[in-house]
Design a protein around this ligand. Structure first.
Ligand SMILES: [Zn+2]
Length: 336
């Protein structure tokens, strides 16, 4: 339902709509990843464009304008996001052509006599060229024009962009509310909801993606394979992991390493509390420096995850990076 923010943001949204006259020309929504910032931005845009809003200021969901917003055809709304190509691959950046294409939109007045809105999400996907192209408009927006930027990492945005936006922090939900929501959305048990939330680092949106049945079984398989290392052959582990998306198992390995580091320092795991015994055992077999080195090497792997020349080799190299935490590893090489 795009006309509503997630439950924990709904009152903030109503508050902002109550004050809609004071809406800045450029608003930067920030907050933790996967807590519903995009939903908030969409609900805000829909409410601002709705032609018969509710008393609360929220979009009615029934008028012509709301229909257009739902169909992504509202003439006074533009969305800039990373494009997905024909193969389903998402671009890393918002392209300069996308910003240039805005100029036609910016050059004319409102079609419906109300506001004109540009949503940029995620804003940090703008590269320097794109951001520069946008700057001038951000500085002198035309009448009724409002930019809504969404960012997980506002620090990654050029300071020149940040300084032109009013920042608004969207809070993360409390553990209880997040868990309740994950349960309602997925029908899973309270214990499962907590496990998915932990694995998602507290992000309810990522938690419900994890809980989706095919994802859930894939993650179980990947996690089991990672958790068995270094006590099983890493060639066998590569056989298990390689069919899955590199981003998925790399993210799991990174979180697993973070939990190992927490256990090594005498703390409790954050992402995989159900695996505490295994994590503590493994943590006793490594040291903080090796864990830090392995994390750094895996982060390097993550940067090239989108386009490995040889997926099998990429998987083996990633495992070698992880296994570095447990002692020297022979580098994999091409095999006949
Ligand atoms: Zn409406």
């Amino acid at each position: 339902m795009i006309f509503q923010a997630l439950p924990w943001h709904q009152s903030a949204l109503v508050g902002q709509l109550h004050d809609a006259q004071r809406l800045p020309h450029a608003l930067l929504l920030r907050g933790a990843s996967g807590i519903g910032k995009t939903r908030y931005a969409m609900a805000l845009a829909a409410s601002l464009l709705c032609e018969t809003p509710l008393d609360s200021g929220l979009a009615c969901g029934r008028c012509l304008a709301c229909g257009w917003v739902a169909a992504d055809t509202h003439p006074d709304l533009r969305q800039l996001t990373r494009l997905v190509d024909d193969d389903g691959k998402q671009a890393n950046d918002i392209k300069i052509d996308q910003v240039r294409a805005l100029s036609a939109f910016l050059g004319v007045g409102s079609h419906r006599g109300g506001r004109r809105l540009v949503l940029i999400d995620p804003a940090e996907a703008m590269n320097h060229v794109t951001a520069n192209a946008l700057l001038k408009t951000l500085e002198e927006p035309g009448g009724g024009l409002c930019f809504i930027l969404v960012a997980n990492r506002p620090d990654a945005l050029p300071a020149t962009i940040r300084s032109r936006c009013q920042l608004r922090l969207l809070d993360s939900p409390g553990a209880e509310q997040a868990s309740e929501w994950v349960r309602t959305e997925t029908g899973c048990s309270p214990a499962e909801a907590q496990a998915w939330l932990a694995m998602a680092g507290g992000s309810p949106l990522q938690a419900i993606r994890f809980a989706e049945p095919s994802q859930a079984s894939a993650h179980r398989t990947m996690l089991e394979a990672i958790a068995r290392l270094p006590d099983t052959s890493w060639i066998a582990t590569a056989d298990v992991l390689q069919p899955f998306e590199g981003r998925q198992w790399l993210a799991l390995m990174q979180r697993w390493l973070l939990d190992l580091a927490r256990c090594r320092m005498g703390g409790s795991p954050r992402y995989f509390p159900a695996q505490t015994a295994r994590l503590r055992d493994l943590a006793s077999r490594t040291d903080p420096q090796r864990l830090a080195d392995a994390s750094r090497d895996l982060a390097g792997q993550y940067r090239s995850v989108g386009h490995p020349l040889n997926p099998r080799l990429f998987c083996e190299e990633s495992l070698a990076a992880y296994l570095g935490a447990f002692g020297p590893v022979a580098k994999p090489g091409p095999r006949g």
